[in-house]
Design a protein around this ligand. Structure first.
Ligand SMILES: Cc1cc2nc3c(=O)[nH]c(=O)nc-3n(C[C@H](O)[C@H](O)[C@H](O)COP(=O)(O)OP(=O)(O)OC[C@H]3O[C@@H](n4cnc5c(N)ncnc54)[C@H](O)[C@@H]3O)c2cc1C
Length: 488
């Protein structure tokens, strides 16, 4: 998949004063140049530090080439009614044909030294961390720096299912790089990746089934969201199976279809299986034990400044982690946020990270935008929870959209909005939105949660007519009425 992995090796910047043992010295080394690592490197360099970025795959990581960007491209193309071939062309164009030359040059232009290879922590002495880099050509470099940022990302979890290893499988990387449109696609996992790729492949012509072991799709969010998404995907022609385990996968028949056998007895035929059952942090071989951090293949624990914690829960001097490799982040925007937290801390203007309003977005049509706590999470935290919901399809904007397609009233509009509030503090703690463009208008709710805005102020706030955000007022008024009723 990697188009440009073994390009000419950049030398380690020997202009930097070497350390006592002759290793090159930088102010900061960033291991991994994906969403988190790239921003960390850029921000640290902008702050005047001499930065080395080490990358074992593509500069830019997953997002531009095999995750966010191509997934959104293919979804948009499907919605525009493009053919599979045209959708693939558009996808590959926005993904720079998976060639990272431009991304590499962009870092170099910002004054960052880029070294191709696998970075690993070697140890620490006198307030400096040592990193060794194994280059693709077999050479080994050692560098020292007072700041090291681990940003090695995550990789798909492959479930233990009888017959899966012999079956024709894809991970999302392959599904978003392929030229092949499966005739029959079975997707394992009904999280964000499974739902997005399911909708895209179904709309582009694959007969698609989606199997999720939890009771509803998008199980990290509210049941109402998952159930509405299941209805939407069903209306796209996808066979949605929730609360289902896969028992085994039988070998291919004469037409090349394998049989995916569910515990309920149902069988699904597939010429391709997409494994989308979650991801795990990529921590293997990072050398965490060398600096006293736990090395148990779990996510790297960090504090509120993204400092890596040692086995006793104490921050390790100069060592940071950002992005999917930490438990707090599984999005590009949260990885970017953590990278800025690190750069600000290193520059002496640090602030603690606040994860109370990191949006969880699924870019299907209609879009899903969830933020803050779910009802269950809020209750577990001891919040006196009140909720109110509203059907987004009742807004004037929905009426306009319904009637915009011939014949009038033809287009259906799906929507759902649930607001979750702390009755004692009279403020929002969570929100779940489904609706056209919810990925944009939901943002107001993230700010309300993060800024702890009072329900009264949110209720008085004026939203333009006729926009989707008008859906927010009725449930807000309902929450306020519940709070006021409580007090009488
Ligand atoms: C299909 C799909 C769609 C998605 N869509 C969205 C979306 O729309 N919006 C969103 O916000 N998020 C989305 N995500 C999630 C998003 O892609 C990730 O959260 C994000 O890419 C994580 O960034 P990262 O910097 O942690 O890791 P990555 O982007 O994975 O970068 C890690 C980099 O580190 C390198 N590396 C690893 N180990 C080493 C080492 N030892 N030495 C040197 N280099 C190393 C890797 O080669 C890689 O380039 C999606 C994910 C998937 C799978």
């Amino acid at each position: 998949l990697i188009k440009n992995p073994s390009e000419e090796q950049d030398p380690v910047d020997t202009a930097n004063p070497p350390s006592a043992d002759g290793s090159a010295r930088f102010d900061a080394v960033v291991i991994g140049t994906g969403s988190g690592g790239k921003i960390a490197a850029v921000e640290l360099a902008a702050g005047g530090l001499r930065v080395l970025a080490v990358e074992s795959g593509r500069v830019g990581g997953e997002c531009p080439y095999v995750s966010c960007v191509p997934a959104k491209s293919i979804l948009l193309s499907a919605r525009q009614g493009l053919s599979w071939q045209d959708a693939v062309k558009a996808r590959d164009h926005v993904a720079d044909d998976r060639d990272d030359t431009k991304a590499h040059q962009d870092l170099v232009d910002k004054g960052i030294t880029v070294l191709r290879g696998r970075g690993q922590l070697l140890g620490s002495t006198d307030g400096e961390l040592q990193v060794q880099v194994f280059a693709p050509n077999g050479s080994l470099s050692t560098v020292v720096a007072r700041v090291v940022v681990l940003a090695s990302g995550s990789e798909p979890v492959i479930p233990d299912i009888a017959g899966l290893a012999e079956a024709p499988t894809w991970t999302s990387d392959e599904a978003l790089s392929t030229q092949e449109l499966p005739r029959r696609l079975v997707i394992i996992g009904g999280g964000a990746v499974g739902c997005e790729l399911g909708q895209a492949f179904a709309m582009l012509g694959s007969e698609t089934s989606l199997v999720e072991s939890a009771a509803y799709l998008l199980p990290g969010d509210e049941r109402g969201v998952g159930e509405l998404v299941a209805d939407v995907l069903t209306s796209n022609g996808i066979a949605v199976h929730v609360d289902e385990e896969i028992e085994k996968i039988d070998g291919a028949d004469e037409q090349g279809f394998v049989r995916v056998v569910l515990a309920s007895g149902t069988s699904l035929l597939a010429d391709r299986i997409l494994v989308a059952g979650g991801r795990k942090p990529r921590t293997e071989d990072l050398g965490l034990a060398q600096v006293g951090a736990p090395d148990d293949a779990g996510a790297i624990e960090v504090d509120e400044r993204c400092r890596v914690l040692d086995r006793h829960g104490e921050p390790i001097q100069g060592l940071f982690a950002v992005g999917d490799v930490t438990p707090q982040s599984d999005f590009t925007h949260s990885a970017n946020y953590q990278a800025r937290i690190v750069a600000d801390h290193v520059s002496g203007n640090g602030q603690d990270a606040d994860y109370s309003a990191i949006p969880r977005v699924v870019y299907i049509e209609p879009a899903v935008y969830c933020v803050g706590l779910t009802v269950d999470q809020a209750k577990k935290k001891g919040v006196r929870v009140i909720t109110a919901s509203f059907d987004v399809a009742e807004t004037e904007r929905a009426t306009l959209l319904r009637n915009a397609a011939p014949p009038p009233g033809h287009r259906s509009v799906h929507g759902y909005l649930e607001l979750i509030a702390d009755a004692d503090e009279r403020r929002l703690v969570g929100a779940a939105c489904v609706g056209p463009e919810a990925d944009s208008w939901g943002s107001e709710l993230a700010l309300a949660i993060r800024a702890r805005l009072p329900l009264e102020l949110l209720t008085q706030h004026v939203r333009a007519f006729p926009t989707w955000s008008e859906a927010i007022l009725p449930p807000l008024r309902s929450l306020l009425a519940q709070v006021d009723q409580d007090q009488t």
